[in-house]
Design a protein around this ligand. Structure first.
Ligand code: PGA
Length: 303
């Protein structure tokens, strides 16, 4: 195989097509035209000497050779990270790149922490990906980022997960809803419609686990992927919800919401910073992780 003809750029294009399963989406993500993406994939295919993708209907899939190349490209990426870390260490962590992927709900606090880190290391480039838990777990499995922020580290993957902050889930109701004072039970509230996060989200996983353990079910009027939309719909009187405390303001009553005193709540599930055990963490990722672990105490969500 004429290895010297392969370029990092072609590999990056190939990995992006493989990851997104589409030439056009890869072109969009890489800010290239679709023909430019096709040419690079053709060039790399010619160098390898075997097809890398196969087309079934409108879907493209990796061939066995494509899967081998994807695995190799990710190993190269790790090796390159190791090299960059060595260079960074020689330079005293001045430059580099930090790739962090976070679940939707972590966007309420993590960017602030990242902002402080950026100010300290202005020449470190940051790539931030926000998606629901199911999508973040896929990225983790594919080793696409350095660090992952979530509250349910996947048990099926060999990861290192370090809890660093509480993620209390609270029951919220429209402030206008007349409810008896004092501790309520979720069973009593189950007569009301609930608006919950979508299946695949970490929030929903925590709720479903609690319901299964307590043998309860809720009337789910609407399931949706946006914390903000749920919060606003609850405030408008459409129903109750169970949301992370991070999603709400310091004074929820000013937003037309009330956090209810419900037996067994808040549900507790700490936020963790997670990476694959075999991941070679670049120096910026090490630095950011140390900063996360030292900046917040689990007793102070939102700090
Ligand atoms: P979510 O994740 O934003 O997908 O609900 C939150 C979590 O992992 O607890």
């Amino acid at each position: 195989m004429p290895r010297r003809h392969l370029t990092f750029r072609q590999l990056e294009t190939f990995v992006t097509v493989a990851r997104l399963g589409s030439f056009s989406r890869a072109a969009e993500a890489l800010h290239l035209t679709q023909p430019a993406v096709s040419i690079q994939v053709r060039q790399i295919t010619e160098s390898v000497g075997l097809p890398l993708f196969e087309q079934t209907g409108r879907e493209i899939r990796l061939t066995a050779a494509g899967q081998e190349l994807l695995r190799t490209a990710r190993e190269l990426d790790d090796s390159w990270n190791r090299f960059e870390s060595a260079v960074d260490a020689l330079q005293g962590l001045k430059r580099g790149r930090l790739r962090v992927a976070l679940v939707t709900t972590a966007k309420y606090f993590l960017p602030r922490m990242l902002g402080a880190f950026c100010q300290r290391y202005p020449d470190i480039d940051i790539e931030l990906e926000v998606a629901n838990r199911a999508r973040i777990v896929e990225r983790l499995r594919a080793n696409e980022d350095d660090l992952y922020i979530m509250s349910f580290p996947p048990e099926e993957l060999d990861v290192v997960a370090t809890p660093f902050l509480d993620n209390p889930l609270v029951v919220v109701a429209p402030a206008s809803l007349p409810l008896p004072a004092g501790p309520l039970s979720l069973a009593d509230l189950a007569v009301h419609p609930f608006l919950l996060r979508e299946a695949g989200s970490g929030t929903r996983k925590a709720i479903d686990r609690h319901l299964a353990a307590s043998g309860l079910s809720l009337k789910v009027k609407l399931a949706l992927g946006s914390n903000e939309a749920i919060r606003d719909l609850v405030a408008s009187g459409m129903g109750l919800s169970i949301l992370s405390r991070h999603v709400l303001d310091d004074h929820p009553e000013q937003e037309g919401l009330r956090i209810l005193d419900v037996v067994g709540f808040p549900l507790q599930q700490p936020w963790s910073v997670v990476h694959l055990r075999q991941k070679i963490l670049p120096l910026p990722a090490h630095a950011f992780m140390n900063e996360l672990l030292s900046a917040v105490s689990p007793a102070n969500p939102g700090e």
